[in-house]
Write a protein that binds this ligand. Sequence first.
Ligand SMILES: Cc1cc2nc3c(=O)[nH]c(=O)nc-3n(C[C@H](O)[C@H](O)[C@H](O)COP(=O)(O)O)c2cc1C
Length: 169
Amino acid sequence: MIFLDLVKERSSIRAYETRPVPEATLMQVLEAARWAPSAANRQPWHLVLVQDAAQRRSLAEAYPREWFWQAPAIIVVCVESARAWTRSDGKNYADVDGAIAMDHLTLCATDLGLATCWVAAFDAAKVRGVLALPTGVDPLAMTPIGYPAGAGREKTRKPMADVLRRERW
Ligand SMILES: Cc1cc2nc3c(=O)[nH]c(=O)nc-3n(C[C@H](O)[C@H](O)[C@H](O)COP(=O)(O)O)c2cc1C
């Protein structure tokens, strides 16, 4: 798909078919995340693929929505800030790097006819527990991934005139 069309096509889907996604297709999506750029190429991310039904239900205790756990798989993007690049003023780029990986993943999924939805409004302590994350590895965002069972909401964005400034503020 033309890249700009793909960007506009991706939307947050909150209804999923239960049929599984072929392993090779999931691996393509994960590959898109793995090839994401990161500050100083530190790649401070970890991708956790959750397919087991009981594990998906446990994960949903951290984000209790039926559409979330009913998808055949959930991908959790985690970051390890100690491995990420830190700017001289102390700003750590782990979350930025993880977000780029997540964006690659969701766009690739759209290109393959799959649905996703960024989820960040979860109980992080519960996610940590269910996934047995080691100290220093934090859940950044998750997405269900599967075939769409419904359309997304209408996409709206601010007009260009509201977001673009030229040369200075
Ligand atoms: C960082 C981030 C966190 C989000 N967290 C949630 C969430 O917890 N639950 C949810 O239903 N949608 C969540 N979303 C989806 C947004 O609501 C959605 O991207 C936005 O409304 C624009 O719609 P679109 O994705 O269809 O273009 C999140 C999106 C981003 C980028």
